[in-house]
Design a protein around this ligand. Structure first.
Ligand code: M7Y
Ligand code: ZN
Length: 407
C-alpha cells in the first residue's frame, strides 16, 4: 500500500485468489491481464435493451453487444443486475425539472409533428430525434448507471459495467449530440455521496463536454478527455487550454488530437497523461467512458485504433486497483462496437477469449472474417510527434499546479 493513500478497504483490491472453476482461464499470453479475479457487475434488462435498440443511429446495437457477451460466456462470472428506472428525483439531481417533464410529456406522443413544435427548445431535432418512449429510455439508461455507481458505493463490486450508458453530451436542460440524459453526470453525483476525489476518463472520439461542464468548477471531480479536435467537428470544445475554472482550475484535462492516430501513439499519450494525473490527483474511484467510435472501420472514419489499443488503456486504469465504473458511448460500426466491448469485458475479467466469434443469433453480422480482431486502416496519421510532445508538455505543466494532498 502506498503511504500516501489511506489504508484502503480490502474490497476495492482485486482478490488474488484464483477461482479456477468459474473464473479467469489463465494463460501466460503477453497481453494477458494479471492473475486474479475482480468482482464485476453488469447492468441489464430486456426493456432496457429493447429501448436502446430503437435508437435511430445504432439500431439493435444493444442486443448485439449483450448477445456477444453471452455467447463468449463472459456473463457467467459476472453478477448480472436487472436495472431499474431512475426516478424523477434522481434525474433532476442534474437535469432541470422543465426538461424532465418535457420528456415525460412526449414519451407517449407518437405524433412527431406535434412534438417537433416544442422540440427545438430542448435540443430535440436532427441530432436527437424525438422518439416515443424517450422518457422510458432515459429512465433505464440513468437508472442503470446510478445502480452501477451504487454497487461501487456498497463495495459489492470492484468494477461496475453499463455498456449502454456513457451519454456524455446531454446538458442539464437539453438533449445534445444524440444524448437525451447525461447518465455519466448522474453516476458521478451518486459516487460523490461517498468518494471525495473522482476521476472521469473519456476516450470516446468526441469531447466529453456535458460531463466537463457539469464539474468544471470543482476539484472533487477531475475530468480527462482524449478526443478529436478539429474545426467544425462536434462539439468543437476541449482544447488543451480548457483547464477548468475557479476551484476547478487544473482539474479539467483535455487532450485534443487529429485524425489517423493509431494504437502505439495513442497508448503512449494515454499512459503519460493518465499516470501523471493519477499521481497528482490521487483519485479514489474511476469512471471510464469507453465510446469506441475511435476504432478503424467506424463510419466516423477519424481515429485508427483497434480494440487491442483501447484494451491497453483499460489495463492501465485497472492496474491502479481502484473501484471502476465502466460505461459505453459512441460506436457506429455495430459489429466492431460489440467486438470491442466484449474484448474489454474479457480484460476486466482477466479471461482470455478466442479470436473466433462464437456461434450465436447475430453470428452472420461478423462476416466475412468472423474474427474478434480488427486491423488498423491504411490512413494517414495527422498527429506529428512534435504536436504530441507539445500537448504533453502543456498538460504536464498544468497538472504540476495541482496542490499536493499533504499541502
Ligand atoms: C447522430 C450521430 C450520433 C451518428 N453520427 C454518425 C455516425 C454514423 C452515422 C452518422 C453522428 O455523427 N452523430 C452525431 C451527430 C450530431 C452530433 C453528435 C453526434 C455523435 C456524437 C457522439 O458519438 N458522441 O460520443
Ligand atoms: Zn462519440
Amino acid at each position: 500500500r502506498s503511504a500516501s493513500s489511506p489504508a484502503k478497504d480490502e474490497r476495492f483490491y482485486p482478490r488474488l485468489t484464483i477461482d479456477s472453476k468459474e473464473n479467469s482461464i489463465m494463460h501466460s499470453s503477453p497481453h494477458q491481464f494479471k492473475l486474479g479475479s475482480l468482482s464485476v457487475c453488469y447492468l441489464y434488462s430486456e426493456e432496457y435493451i429493447r429501448l436502446c435498440n430503437k435508437l435511430p443511429k445504432i439500431p439493435n446495437r444493444a442486443s448485439m453487444v449483450h448477445s456477444l457477451l453471452e455467447a463468449y460466456g463472459l456473463l457467467d462470472p459476472i453478477t448480472v443486475l436487472r436495472c431499474r428506472k431512475a426516478t424523477q428525483h434522481e434525474l433532476t439531481s442534474f437535469h432541470t425539472t422543465d426538461y424532465i417533464e418535457y420528456l415525460q410529456k412526449i414519451n407517449d406522443e407518437d405524433d412527431s409533428e406535434k412534438v417537433d413544435e416544442m422540440s427545438q427548445e430542448y435540443g430535440m431535432g436532427y441530432d436527437c430525434p424525438s422518439m416515443p418512449g424517450v422518457y422510458d429510455l432515459v429512465g433505464c439508461v440513468a437508472g442503470a448507471t446510478i445502480q452501477a455507481a451504487q454497487c461501487l458505493l456498497d463495495g459489492t463490486a470492484d468494477v461496475a459495467i453499463n455498456w449502454f450508458g456513457g451519454w456524455h453530451h446531454a446538458k442539464r436542460d437539453e438533449a445534445a449530440g444524440f444524448c437525451y440524459v447525461n447518465d455519466v453526470v448522474l453516476g458521478i453525483l451518486k459516487l460523490k455521496e461517498k468518494f471525495n476525489r473522482i476521476m472521469y476518463i473519456d476516450i470516446d472520439l468526441h469531447h466529453g463536454d456535458g460531463v466537463e461542464n457539469a464539474f468544471s468548477f470543482t476539484s472533487k471531480v477531475m475530468t480527462v478527455s482524449l478526443h478529436k479536435y478539429a474545426p467544425g467537428f462536434f462539439p468543437s470544445t476541449g482544447n488543451q487550454n480548457d483547464i477548468g475554472i475557479g476551484r476547478g482550475k487544473f482539474y479539467t484535462v483535455n487532450v485534443p488530437l487529429y485524425d489517423g492516430i493509431q494504437d502505439v501513439q495513442y497508448n503512449s499519450v494515454f499512459n503519460r497523461v493518465l499516470n501523471e494525473a493519477k499521481r497528482c490527483y490521487n483519485p479514489e474511484v474511476i469512471v471510464l467512458q469507453c465510446g469506441v467510435d475511435t476504432i478503424s472501420g467506424d463510419p466516423m472514419c477519424s481515429f485508427n485504433l483497434t480494440p487491442h489499443g483501447i484494451g491497453k488503456c483499460l489495463k492501465t486504469t485497472l492496474d491502479w486497483k481502484l473501484p471502476m465504473l465502466v460505461l459505453g458511448g459512441g460506436g457506429y460500426n455495430i459489429p466492431h462496437t460489440a467486438r470491442c466491448w466484449a474484448y474489454l469485458t474479457s480484460i476486466v475479467l482477466g479471461q482470455e477469449i478466442p479470436s473466433e466469434i462464437p456461434e450465436h443469433e447475430y453470428f452472420t453480422e461478423y462476416g466475412p472474417d468472423y474474427q474478434l480482431e480488427i486491423e488498423p486502416s491504411l490512413r494517414k496519421n495527422h498527429n506529428s510527434d512534435e504536436y504530441i510532445s507539445n500537448i504533453l508538455t502543456t498538460i504536464s505543466g498544468n497538472l504540476q499546479k495541482i496542490p499536493s494532498p499533504t499541502s
